[in-house]
Design a protein around this ligand. Structure first.
Ligand code: NAD
Length: 464
């Protein structure tokens, strides 16, 4: 275990992973793995999370294949050195930016989308020509074991390794020499990773979570809005980092919206979601108990049923939630949607900006003034109008948090940049030696000329 990064580095140092041919071969092999073993992946996710096969294809396998195809189509362009212009004072000279692989990178994943959230960053890491060590979540053990078996078989095993285990495996990994750490998970563990990385000055990308709000006003079709909100909320039983966490609306809009939310949940999962194979399970009994605790003291507008041994929580809406209740103080990460009443769109904006910056913010409004107010008045990792969650699967949209919801981003070219070093290369011929004018001693006309040469008239002459 302690030698994983060193062994990968020895291979990386041969330069084998830097060629375009190697990168393309690895990306194609990864796509091949996903296609050939689709049914085993579906079975592992059913065992770990009770995920329906369709959801596995839509949210785990499909987006990764989409990223691979996107990267394969653009890799040549991404890898091309970029010529840049120099200020006239540098001339004659040439400059370019090279994107170099970082070296050995670690990808540490969570359990909720245990395939997508390690393989999607892997696409960027391979496209950028790195050696990679992956640590999947121990809370999705069947998926972790499957990745540990399949990745070294299909990809270059000298450049891609999988280590399994829990916190101790991460602690071991963070002690090794790494060039980048890509972590997806909770804010709590994000801090642990960032602290460990600080001791070795290893750069980190932190893809964290938090409470992503949704605002709805009366200008939209509430039936359609309710369907979209419940789809985003109930996908994977609410265990999605960008799921709408809570809803803000005026009491009047909330009152009209709740029956639509109830109807949407029933349309999707029937009157008995516990018996519906399309409705996923909560990852563990512990998390089911945590959700049950969050519901204590609340009266559900609908839903509210919890079955701890079966790891089931029914689609639940709490109307008129107290902003200071535990339900509103931590990320819910389950199929429970509290509605907090606000007086106006501006009050919703004030509510959001008074709290940590969210990973995603969703606004359902046809009013341009309201949309503009949310764009200008708030910040969040992503902002989506009229559709939650799906921005996650669009390769051209950088995906990441801001503030407490994370640092750094990935997907598409942003992944390539995250896993590359932009190296500046300047090439200035020795002759003619135009730099001569800058050499000391700084006296007389020569000093004035140096300043003028470097900065034109934007600064005054240096003191004599
Ligand atoms: P987690 O932070 O508990 O675990 C993530 C990883 O950290 C796992 O591989 C785990 O083994 C490791 N880990 C756990 N405790 C550790 C410790 N003490 N020291 C070192 N490593 C440790 O997160 P989770 O419960 O797997 O996932 C849920 C969280 O992840 C939620 O907060 C969710 O919002 C967030 N998330 C974010 C994204 C995103 O893309 N931004 C995606 C999915 C989940």
């Amino acid at each position: 275990m302690t030698d994983v990064a060193d062994a990968l580095r020895a291979h990386f140092d041969t330069g084998a992973t830097a060629t375009r041919r190697w990168r393309v071969t690895q990306l194609r092999a990864l796509r091949d793995l996903l296609r050939r073993h689709q049914h085993r992946i579906e079975a592992a996710l059913a065992a770990d999370l009770g995920k329906p096969a369709a959801e596995v294809v839509i949210t785990e396998i499909g987006p990764v294949i989409g990223e691979i195809d996107h990267a394969l189509r653009r890799l040549r362009r991404w890898m091309r050195p970029r010529r840049v212009r120099l200020p006239y004072q540098y001339l004659p000279a040439r400059a370019r930016v090279l994107r170099q692989p970082l070296g050995v990178v670690a990808i540490i994943g969570p359990w909720n989308y245990p395939v997508h959230l390690v393989l999607n960053p892997l696409v960027g890491a391979l496209a950028a020509g790195n050696a990679v060590v992956i640590k999947p979540s121990e809370l999705a053990p069947a998926t972790s074991a499957l990745l540990a078996e399949l990745l070294p078989l299909h990809l270059d095993p000298s450049a891609v390794a999988v280590v399994e285990g829990g916190p101790e495996a991460v602690t071991d990994l963070l002690r090794q020499r790494l060039d980048h750490i890509f972590f997806t998970g909770s804010e709590r563990v994000g801090r642990i990773v960032a602290e460990a990385a600080a001791t070795t000055l290893t750069p980190v990308t932190l893809e964290l979570g938090g409470k992503s709000p949704v605002y709805v006003d009366g200008s939209v079709d509430l039936t359609a809005a309710a369907r979209r909100i419940m789809w985003g909320k109930l996908l994977n039983s609410g265990q999605t980092c960008v799921a709408p966490d809570y809803l803000l609306a005026t009491p009047e809009v909330a009152g009209r919206l709740v029956p639509h939310l109830a109807r949407a949940a029933e349309e999707f999962y029937g009157p008995e979601p516990a018996a519906n194979p399309d409705y996923g399970r909560i990852v563990s009994q512990g998390h089911t108990e945590r959700l049950s605790g969050l519901l204590d003291g609340h009266v559900a507008a609908f839903g509210g049923a919890v079955d701890v041994p079966a790891r089931h929580v029914a689609p639940t809406v709490i109307d008129g939630a107290d902003p200071d209740s535990p339900l509103m103080c931590e990320e819910i990460f389950g199929p429970v949607l509290p509605i907090v009443h606000v007086a106006s769109a501006q009050a919703a904006i004030d509510f959001i900006t008074a709290r940590p910056k969210p990973l995603a913010l969703y606004v359902f409004s046809r009013r341009r003034r309201v949309r503009r107010a949310f764009i200008r008045g708030t910040t969040s990792g992503g902002l989506c109008f009229d559709l939650p969650t799906a921005h996650l699967a669009a390769p051209e949209l950088p995906f990441g948090g801001v503030g407490a919801s994370g640092m750094g981003a990935y997907h598409g070219e942003t992944s390539f940049e995250t896993f590359s070093h932009s190296r500046s290369v300047l090439d200035k011929p020795l002759r003619p030696d135009t730099v001569r004018l800058l050499y000391p001693p700084y006296r007389g006309r020569r000093a004035a000329l140096s300043v003028r040469l470097m900065h034109g008239r934007s600064v005054g002459p240096a003191a004599p």
